[in-house]
Design a protein around this ligand. Structure first.
Ligand SMILES: C[S@@+](CC[C@H](N)C(=O)[O-])C[C@H]1O[C@@H](n2cnc3c(N)ncnc32)[C@H](O)[C@@H]1O
Length: 168
């Protein structure tokens, strides 16, 4: 399921005065849609996508998540396809940045995730256990699929998608 579907399905409030942080937002495909729905969206990316956010209601900041010092706790945090590019410790920072959090991690085996930031099954089980008292897991998917690389070679893709919410 995609972030917007997950928000529609599991986030209980309507969009008024709800703050959203989109980490690694790229050109803002998700962030801009959420702003159109009335959410107060901040989008960050380590690369400069500011021109993609001109004439939108989204606040774009060019910064790496590692260096980002949020001035507030966000109601919703989205980190889609970005944590695999960071060190694993950044997952903890994501968890302390918001209440309703959507993110994905990559399983071992993907050619782009053969760093120390991909997760095996036992690490995922451990992670789920470690957050079980603090977060309700609304949605979890363990998906494996085959696709093609830019060189047209088969690529085995394994990802874990989470939608979790802080238990207050
Ligand atoms: C694969 S794209 C995903 C874009 C978008 N989230 C999506 O799913 O369509 C990864 C994005 O994360 C950004 N990124 C990678 N490492 C980052 C970091 N450490 N801090 C902030 N942004 C980062 C990249 O510049 C890129 O725009």
């Amino acid at each position: 399921m995609q972030p917007i579907q997950l928000i529609k399905k599991y986030f209980s409030k309507n969009s008024a005065n709800v703050t959203v942080l989109d980490i690694g937002a790229r050109d803002g495909e998700i962030a801009k849609k959420l702003a159109e729905f009335g959410y107060e969206v901040t989008a960050i990316d380590k690369d400069d996508f500011s021109k993609d956010f001109k004439n939108t209601q989204v606040t774009f900041l060019q910064t790496s998540f590692e260096e980002y010092e949020p001035s507030q706790n966000f109601d919703i945090v989205i980190a889609k396809n970005v944590l695999p590019f960071m060190q694993k410790e950044m997952l903890d920072k994501v968890l302390t940045t918001g209440n309703f959090i959507i993110f994905n991690l990559w399983g071992k085996g993907h050619e782009w995730a053969n760093f120390n930031n991909s997760f095996d099954q036992s690490e995922i089980t451990q992670f789920k256990d470690s957050i079980s008292k603090t977060f309700k897991i609304h949605y979890f998917a363990d998906e494996k699929f085959a696709t093609k690389s830019y060189k047209n070679e088969p690529v085995f893709w394994h990802q874990y998608t989470f939608c979790i919410e802080k238990v207050l």
